[in-house]
Design a protein around this ligand. Structure first.
Ligand SMILES: [Zn+2]
Length: 411
């Protein structure tokens, strides 16, 4: 059974464990070089991590004349974490090991119009069932992470959502913790997706990057210094409300010409509905409840080269690329991930548009390029990221953001 890192040892030990995670395999000497700590300190910290089962020795690296260097890595089997993505259309559950590898996954009906309490009741049952199927003992589960679109997260911070008011006020963490007897943390889906890339992709804490998450809208998760950026109220990453056209259509947020109004699935579907033939061919319904299905049909058609759909998705991609270019310039980014269901089929079209614009116009293009990395469509970015959030919270608490109170909402 893994013991969470106690306050006495905390920061340094936690940072060393994170270096082991991001390195894959690493020697004690390399850890000393990376951290600036003495060999003696590293030996002591590694010994305690091995004793707690978090780190294992995996063989020997090249000798450089002296004695052979034994290699260390995170012990993936030391425990598990659960990630849950709450989405209107579906609930995705993943169970991951310490390395973030998915060992079990299930997708069930979405939250739809159900009340939060009914959904949480169902989550508890479905999770128990998943634990039974995977034969994962509760004592081995370190924590549960929950990702939700437009649901906030930080302790007590209010996320500005027009669609999820009931959820905003709902004590998801407290109720799930009480019912499951496990630590629960949550964040929005873009922040989770970014953290999932960080953990599973073994990105070191020294690499800053953004994840653009596209579902019905857009969100941007920014990881800087190994932490998800929070801003003043946990509302970082509202890239959907970057103004692309000051004379553009009015947005529900009060501004005009926001990226979401011009480029989100709803905007693409609305334009497609203006073409009766295309509407008929793709069997678009135009109903609000069928938005995801309509958009998916258009994205698939575009990906297969159907010209009218391709033109619509490319138009959206040009707007997205413009917003991303501004973000790249403001943050001096050299790495951007694209993830979320909006990119499942049309991802390459967006990645191309972004790469083209950024490589031509990024202000720092003479100094460095920008890698645009498209997530595997099968990758449950938000759910895996939510599990990574739980792992980070328990295993490397030095990277917790001070704005997130431990485990519980502030109420
Ligand atoms: Zn707006």
């Amino acid at each position: 059974m893994v013991r969470p890192i106690g306050p006495s040892s905390e920061h340094t030990r936690s940072a060393i464990l994170d270096m082991v995670r991001s390195s894959g395999t690493v020697s004690r000497i390399e850890l000393a070089e990376m951290s600036g700590l003495t060999a003696t300190s590293i030996t002591r910290i590694v010994k305690s991590l091995i004793e707690d089962g978090l780190v294992i020795e995996t063989g020997f690296g090249d000798s450089t004349g002296g004695k052979r260097r034994s290699l260390l890595e995170l012990n993936p089997k030391a425990g598990f974490a659960v990630g849950i993505s709450l989405d209107e259309g579906r609930l995705t559950y993943v169970v991951v090991d310490l390395g973030g590898d998915v060992i079990g996954r299930v997708v069930t009906a979405g939250i739809g119009k159900a009340s939060p309490s009914a959904v949480l009741e169902r989550i508890v049952e479905e999770l128990e069932e998943l634990f039974r199927e995977l034969e994962v003992p509760r004592s081995q589960v370190l924590g549960v992470g929950v990702a939700g679109a437009g649901l906030d997260l930080g302790a007590g911070s209010r996320r500005l959502s027009t669609t999820a008011d009931e959820w905003d006020e709902f004590a998801v963490q407290e109720i799930l913790e009480a019912r499951l007897g496990l630590p629960v943390v949550r964040d929005n889906d873009a922040a989770c997706a970014a953290l999932g890339q960080y953990w599973v992709g073994r990105i070191p804490a020294t690499q800053d990057f953004c994840t653009l998450y596209m579902s019905n809208g857009f969100g941007l998760g920014l990881v800087s210094g190994g932490r998800v950026a929070r801003g003043a109220s946990s509302n970082v990453g509202e890239i959907g409300h970057v103004i692309i056209d000051v004379d553009g259509p009015a947005c529900w947020c009060g501004a005009s010409g926001c990226l979401e109004m011009l480029a989100a699935p709803r905007a693409i579907v609305r334009r497609a509905l203006g073409d009766p033939e295309l509407t008929k061919e793709l069997e678009l319904s135009g109903e609000d409840a069928a938005l995801r299905r309509d958009y998916d049909a258009l994205a698939r058609a575009a990906a297969s080269g159907e010209e009218r759909s391709l033109a619509l998705v490319r138009e959206s991609a040009r707007y997205v690329a413009a917003a991303v270019l501004s973000t790249v310039n403001v943050l001096d980014l050299d790495r951007l991930h694209l993830s979320g269901p909006g990119f499942d089929d049309a991802g390459p079209i967006y990645a191309q548009a972004i790469s083209d614009l950024v490589s031509r116009h990024a202000r720092a293009r003479a100094v460095h390029g920008v890698d645009v990395v498209l997530s595997d469509p099968g990758f449950d970015a938000a759910a895996v990221g939510a599990a990574a959030l739980a792992l980070q919270h328990v295993l490397t608490p030095h990277a917790r953001n001070p704005r997130i109170a431990p485990m519980r909402a502030s109420a």
